[in-house]
Structures are given as C-alpha cells and as structure tokens.
Design a protein around this ligand. Structure first.
Ligand code: PGA
Length: 251
C-alpha cells in the first residue's frame, strides 16, 4: 500500500507573521499518523518553519534548488544549504518554473539527480497545457517530461521520486481535473514506469495537483493511482488544507 502524501506549495506568498499563523494551525489541526505531509514555503522562511514543525512529523522542503554545488550562481540556492536547514523534500520542475523561468526537461532531470544524490526526496512536477490537451498530446507531453528524468536517474530511483501530475490548465484556475481525467493520466504515468519495472511502478507515489480543494480532495484521492495531492491556493487556508489532509487519511 502506498502511503498518501499531501503537500502544500505556498509559492511566493507569506510573511513571518502569516507563516507562523499558518504553520501553527497545521500543527494543531493535522494528524500525521497515517498520511505524510510536506510544506514548501518560500526559501527565506524555511528556518522559521523548521522551528515550528520540529518534532511534529510534518516535513518541509524548498520550491526549487540549483543543481550546481556552489559558486557564481547569483540568486540560486544549493543542495547543501537546503540540507543544512533540515529540508526533506525538493519541488522540481513546477510548471511555473518551466513556463516563467524557462526550465527545460534536461535541467529538471539534473535537479532531480542532485536531490537524490543529497538523499532528499524530489517531487517532480509534470503536466500539459490546455493547448496540448486540446491537441490530444497530453500523454506525449507527460511521457517526455517523465522519460527525461528516467533516463538521467534510472527507474530504480522512482521508489523515492514522487511524481506530481499537474495539468497546467488546472493550476490556480479553480478548474480541477475530474477524478476520471486525473486517474487516466496517473494510470498512464504508472504504466510508463511499469514498462521499465513493474515493482517500482507500484511503489512510486503519484500526486495530483491543480485547484485541489477540501471539497474535491476525497474523490480525487479515492482513485486507484492517485496517492495524494500537491496543493497551492487551498494550502494557504489552514482549515482547507487540514481538511485535505484528513481526506487523504480516509482514502
Ligand atoms: P493550485 O496550485 O492548487 O493553486 O492550483 C497547485 C500547484 O501549483 O502546485
């Protein structure tokens, strides 16, 4: 049985006061006995968050990392820095990174490799745009994104890599993919992995992301190949995110 994982992607939101309030509400409201929970704050707030989450079982990570070890990379954050602050997860290849900052499949693959080498857990984001869905190339797009990483790190690594399927047209739009639409792509991703190793495919956790809310979470998480969620907007509302974690427990 794959243990469910629910992750909060706070993106570029928050202040010291807001992060303190939200994180403390998560600690109060979320039971981690039967679900894994991860929080991705803006990197500057990782240390503050680490203090609040210490000993609670709620893990945290960064939204992006450099694949380079150190040096002249203005504005970047290295893996050793991420490790030193106690991060457990790294979000890699979010569609906003791909679209707004031009991250390529090759760069995403390097970041996943660097994360694995550091013994942290990469959450690899993949997903098609609306134009790609309408053109009928969803599977092709997702396959290219997954295979670029598979070829770099090998199928065995996918017992640790978490894949988040996030259709770009569903992110921040309030338009969630239907449970059937999401399940279809999740099953496809698992079949892609199974072509290389059926056992690994069964172990790999596949999250759904894109306008997940408390009201839609249970039905999504009940799908056979959906092992949790990557939550943006709704993770900034304590009651919503707490309820989404609760839905994962019951699924
Ligand atoms: P959303 O964001 O839940 O606000 O759609 C999800 C994400 O971008 O990870």
């Amino acid at each position: 049985m794959r243990r469910k994982l629910v992750a909060a992607n706070w993106k570029m939101n928050g202040s010291k006061a807001e992060i303190s309030a939200l994180a403390n509400a998560f600690v109060q409201g979320i039971e981690v006995a039967s679900v894994d929970v991860a929080v991705f704050p803006p990197a500057l707030y990782v240390e503050q968050l680490a203090g609040i989450l210490a000993g609670t079982g709620i893990e945290f990570g960064v939204q992006n990392v450099s694949a380079a070890e150190k040096g002249a990379f203005t504005g970047e954050i290295s893996m050793s820095m991420v490790k030193e602050f106690g991060c457990h997860y790294v979000l890699v290849g979010h569609s906003e990174r791909r679209e707004l900052f031009g991250e390529t499949d090759a760069q995403v693959a390097e970041k996943v490799a660097a994360t694995l080498e550091a013994d942290l857990v990469p959450v690899l984001c993949v997903g098609e745009t609306l134009a790609q869905r309408e053109a009928g190339v969803t599977e092709q797009v997702v396959a290219e994104q997954v295979v670029a990483v598979l070829e770099r790190v090998g199928i065995e690594s996918f017992t640790r890599v978490v894949v988040a399927y996030e259709p770009v047209w569903a992110i921040g739009t309030g338009k969630t993919a239907s449970p059937e639409q999401a399940q279809e792509v999740h099953a496809y991703i698992r079949s892609l992995l199974a072509q290389r190793d059926a056992n690994v495919a069964q172990q790999c956790r596949l999250l759904y992301g894109g306008s997940v809310k408390a009201s839609s979470a249970a039905e999504l998480f009940a799908q056979e190949d959906i092992d949790g969620g990557l939550v943006g907007g709704a993770s900034l509302i304590a009651d919503e995110f707490t309820a989404i974690c609760q839905a994962a427990k019951g699924a």
